[in-house]
Write a protein that binds this ligand. Structure first.
Ligand SMILES: [Zn+2]
Length: 656
């Protein structure tokens, strides 16, 4: 999801007939070990704003232990009433949109049988593994009459009824627009021998196993339909409905949308290097038709960037959904091979929010979709890595200095936005924390998105672009279609760079503290006569000057003091310049609280600048990194931010 987009925006403007089944038709040959196999038949009931479904779920026990209990997400129950964990955490509002108390949503399992026809529904029990909120019904467990043996499968027949809420947060309906996510009983992840099945939270909602989905959607004629995966079949029924069959392997979720007012555009997209061959499907609200090219062009850039930098986009389709403006709560959301973006018809071209959201949400096909990290416990692995990727993609295609904003003389990059959030925030939490345990929604998003992005950009500057590129490619290649953790990322980074990076990640992942170095003072003092004579001799000898030349010039004792103002440590470079033009680049490990550099020279200091190439992007105050001797000895050299600082502060203010 793209939190900052909506927040930032709100500050500006309060049919194929093919058969299916074979993997070659869907472009993948089950690269994942399929743990789940869903065959779902669902019918949209537009009048009731509901979906009625039948689901055949086959689940593989991939552990070495027998399993006698299954756990399920029943996430639409987050919208059941005021008492769900989601509603308590959100206060009934999400991104500025409020829950409509006349239009709650829920999911009810109406039938649950095993392969022998044994009724398991009577054993279904709601549990609250995260916070003990007894009113939350987003996770349920089911006891089995006999355990599933290691490496064996179980098949269940499930029937369910999903009442959609009026959309304010991600899923639901608005008039005849339906965005249907988190809508079916979905099994949790048996991970390291235990069920990992979290309640539906305000700040996170995704962690599931990879497998196969074949979904038949029956929808009234006249609706335009889009869904995860490839449409394999479209059949007209006698009751003025159509049944669309979608199929996809190597995914861990399935979402769909339907609306009679969508305009559909389809086009092939290919890349030669690496080889990519996919079909772009754009479902755009009629009132946003003038934004069509912006969506298509930025999506193509996204596919190209992620394919070239991490690995080729492997799925046969990618569907971009543009929700109607009144249903903007459904915008900026990721699902496998389908995502929602957001636009406003009168948005000027220089405000690149639709482009940024499109690239970000597409990018989640990599960091979340294919690399299936646990969003509940380690959200930075998808949101942070994806924000890092997004910043780089935006800079590449839209200009380093003005990738987000180039309008009426104002310029700002995506990086400026991310950094503005980090420098202006309180330091209440580390990057790595359970998503529901952060001090606030702002602290969650600052850490999981912006600070994690800046951490990776800083790492890239430290390791060099080539090494970092190797880190990211290796991580993607090794962990696609699996469930990595932060430790796995660190391991890949250390292996691909050949360096011990524990000092880096131990600080930035686990500590809420700040990184801030400053030039404390600089001074140049003429040496006293006696002092001068002996020092002068030494200095002159060192510099190979003649005794006479040395005697004629005035000699100065020059001092630069650099200080570590924050708790976190990072090796520093200091560029020291003298009035006569000499430059010295000092290195400091940054460990002590301060370091003094002294130079006896026939020249005064002109300036001292920490991190002269601006590589350490996590330093929360760039303004105190420089000190110019002559102009103003009391105040630091004003750091020329690449954009208007007041503008950044304004954005940060409205973001939290
Ligand atoms: Zn996101």
């Amino acid at each position: 999801m793209k939190k900052s987009f909506v927040l930032a925006l709100s500050c500006f403007f309060i049919l194929s007939q093919a058969g299916f089944g074979s993997s070659s038709q869907t472009g993948l040959s089950t690269q994942s070990k399929p743990i789940v196999d869903y065959r779902i038949k669902a019918k949209l009931l537009p009048e009731e704003k509901a979906v009625k479904g039948q689901e055949t779920l086959t689940w593989l026990n991939d552990s070495n232990q027998p399993v006698s209990e299954l756990q399920f997400h029943l996430y639409l129950n987050a919208f059941k009433d005021n008492n769900s964990t989601f509603m308590k955490e959100s206060g009934g509002a999400h991104r500025g949109y409020k829950a409509d108390k006349e239009n709650w949503g829920h999911i009810r399992v109406t039938k649950l049988l095993d392969a022998n026809g044994t009724d398991l529904l009577s054993t279904l029990e709601y549990i609250q593994p995260d916070n003990g909120n007894k009113d939350d019904q987003t996770v349920a467990r089911v006891r089995l009459p006999q355990p599933v043996s290691p490496h064996k499968k179980i098949t269940l027949q499930i029937e369910f009824y999903s009442k959609l809420p009026k959309v304010f947060a991600r899923s639901g309906f608005y008039e005849n627009f339906f965005m249907v996510g988190q809508w079916f009983p979905k099994i949790g992840v048996l991970w390291n021998g235990k069920w990992n099945c979290h309640e539906y939270h305000l700040n996170s909602e995704f962690f599931a196993d990879f497998g196969v989905y074949e979904v038949e959607l029956t929808i009234p004629e006249g609706y335009v339909v889009g869904a995860t995966g490839k449409r394999m079949r479209e059949v007209k029924n006698n009751d003025k409905t159509k049944t669309y069959t979608y199929y996809q392997e190597d995914i861990h979720d399935f979402a769909w949308t339907a609306c009679p007012d969508f305009v559909e555009f389809k086009e092939k997209f290919t890349l030669d290097s690496p080889r990519v061959d996919t079909e772009i499907i754009l479902l755009i609200s009629r009132s946003h038709l003038n934004q069509k090219e912006r969506y298509l062009s930025s999506l193509k850039k996204g596919i190209e960037f992620y394919s070239q930098n991490y690995g080729p986009y492997p799925y046969p389709t990618i569907t971009l959904v543009d929700p109607p403006f009144a249903a903007s709560g459904a915008g900026g959301m990721e699902y496998p091979t389908l995502f929602t973006s957001m636009a406003i018809s009168f948005l000027p071209k220089g405000l690149r929010f639709p482009e940024m959201v499109t690239i970000h949400e597409f990018g989640h096909n990599y960091w979340y979709g294919m690399v299936g990290s646990n969003e509940f416990e380690e959200a930075w692995l998808d949101e942070g890595i994806n924000s890092y990727s997004e910043v780089k993609a935006m800079a590449r295609y839209y200009g380093k200095e003005s990738s987000m904003l180039d309008f009426m003389g104002l310029k700002a990059s995506d990086f400026n936005f991310q950094r503005a959030q980090v420098v202006s925030s309180g330091r209440m939490d580390p990057i790595l924390k359970n998503s529901w345990a952060y001090f606030s929604g702002g602290s969650y998003s600052m850490n999981s998105y912006s600070k994690a992005a800046l951490m990776l950009l800083t790492l890239e500057n430290y390791l060099g672009e080539e090494v970092m590129s190797r880190v990211m490619r290796t991580y993607f290649e090794r962990w696609k279609f699996r469930h990595p953790t932060s430790k796995d990322f660190v391991k890949v980074a250390e292996e691909a760079s050949g360096q011990d990076l524990s000092w880096f990640f131990n600080q930035f992942l686990y500590s809420p503290d700040k990184l801030d170095y400053a030039v404390g003072s600089i001074s140049s003092r003429p040496l006293e006569k006696t002092e001068e004579k002996s020092k002068e001799k030494k200095e002159a000898a060192k510099e190979g000057q003649s005794k006479e030349a040395g005697q004629k010039e005035k000699i100065f004792k020059n001092e630069v003091v650099v200080v570590r103002k924050g708790e976190l440590v990072f090796p520093q470079e200091i560029l020291i310049e003298f009035e006569k033009g000499e430059k010295i680049l000092e290195k400091w490990d940054g460990k002590e609280r301060w370091k003094r550099f002294v130079y006896i020279k026939p020249s005064k200091l002109r300036s001292a600048r920490l991190d002269p190439e601006e590589k350490i992007l996590l330093d929360v105050n760039f303004k105190n990194n420089s000190f110019l001797a002559k102009r103003d000895r009391l105040s630091p050299l004003k750091y020329a931010l690449k954009t208007m600082f007041s503008f950044q502060n304004f954005l940060s203010f409205v973001s939290f």
